[in-house]
Ligand binder design. Structure first.
Ligand SMILES: [Fe+2]
Ligand SMILES: [Fe+2]
Length: 369
């Protein structure tokens, strides 16, 4: 398999963390997919390139990702015939597409699932500017307005998911108390919840740096589980929200961190990767505990994992991502799909085996049939 943007470098760390510690529909967003270069002929060779909005309208494409690159008139010889190619401006055209992933979406905190849907707060404009460390501040001066808008929305989605993760850990802690979990798990869950809050703050600050206006979460009354917790319902949520979503999320985060060349984004992604590795490990450790004290939860865990596996997206092909977006840690859709599937096969399944979900000799397909 070709290099999947550094994912493998992080795999050993994550597998080790889980070993030591021992989605679903409803999470959709619009993604920008580059669709290739498109050029506009200039009527007058001295004209400047049309703006991005004007070019998108003239080319009849949804949007273009960067200012046009101007090519002067030039000659092209084919046999005995010489053609003149007029001056033109070329743009990277793109379109938006609705994309639905597993419950983890763009966010890398633990999702707060209400049925199959990941609940999230609304956003509002903040009265004061976010303070952002120079170490994690992205460089925006080389980005087009469209790319800034896109990256702002990506980090906003991430910020809202991290904010929702604070609520998800609050539910998790309360359920751990109900089920009589040991203090070590409670302490680790409290630390993870506090880290999700710090992640939300970091992501809102980065989103706002791209967008040029300060965003924050609006006041929010997070939904709570409708039925009292039981070992089985606890296990189902744990497998989907923690073991599956956070593990897959770490794999993607690590790949994005390895891929990004913008220093601020790279540092932010590395920090998220380190913390989320601990969260994924905590989820697996909790699963091992609940299966040990309530062996009847094993079947529920296996079927939850099976449902989660069905949400893995299969997207073949090479895929394309604007170089400007790649510098800021964005991955193509096929690359993300490959990372998710590899992480499932190489991290989730071995960890499930280690946590006692199914027999050690059982292969992935047998386990999930
Ligand atoms: Fe997080
Ligand atoms: Fe997390």
């Amino acid at each position: 398999m070709p290099d999947i943007h550094g994912y493998r470098a992080a795999r050993a760390r994550l597998v080790e963390a889980i070993a030591v510690a021992i989605a679903l529909e409803g999470c959709c967003h619009d993604v920008v997919q580059p669709i290739g270069e498109e050029c506009l002929e200039l009527q007058d060779a001295d004209d400047a390139c049309p703006s991005e909005d004007e070019a998108a309208a003239a080319l009849e494409v949804e949007l273009v990702l960067a200012p046009g690159e101007k090519w002067p008139a030039r000659e092209y010889v084919d046999g005995n015939t010489t053609y003149t190619i007029p001056a033109e401006c070329c743009y990277e055209a793109a379109e938006t597409a609705r994309e639905c992933w597993g419950s983890n979406c763009h966010g890398f905190g633990r999702p707060l699932l209400v049925g199959p849907v990941a609940a999230k707060p609304d956003v509002r404009v903040r009265a004061t500017q976010w303070a952002i460390s120079a170490r994690t501040c992205p460089r925006t001066d080389e980005l087009s307005p469209t790319a800034r808008r896109y990256l702002g929305n990506v980090w906003l989605e991430r910020a809202l998911a991290e904010h929702a993760a604070v609520a998800s850990f609050a539910v998790f802690i309360s359920e751990l108390l109900t089920l009589g979990a040991p203090p070590s798990l409670l302490r680790a869950a409290r630390l993870a919840g506090a880290q999700e809050s710090a992640h939300a703050e970091l992501c809102f600050a980065i989103a706002s740096a791209y967008a040029g206006e300060s965003w924050e979460a609006a006041p929010w009354d997070p939904p709570r589980p409708e039925t009292p917790v039981s070992p089985v319902t606890f296990t189902e949520r744990l497998v989907i929200e923690g073991c599956f979503s956070e593990t897959i999320g770490v794999a993607e985060l690590a790949a994005r961190a390895a891929h990004a060349t913008d220093r601020g984004v790279q540092r932010a992604l590395r920090r998220l990767t380190a913390d989320e590795t601990g969260h994924a490990a905590l989820a697996w450790r909790t699963l091992a505990w609940i299966i040990r004290v309530h062996p009847e939860t094993r079947d529920a865990a296996v079927s939850a994992l099976r449902r989660a596996a069905e949400t893995l997206v299969v997207t073949e092909g090479v895929g394309a991502r604007s170089p400007a977006l790649e510098k800021h840690g964005e991955l193509s859709r096929p690359a993300r799909a490959r990372i998710h599937r590899s992480a499932f096969d190489e991290i989730v399944i071995p960890s499930a085996r280690r946590a006692g979900l199914f027999a050690g000799t059982m292969k992935r397909d047998e386990a999930l049939l």
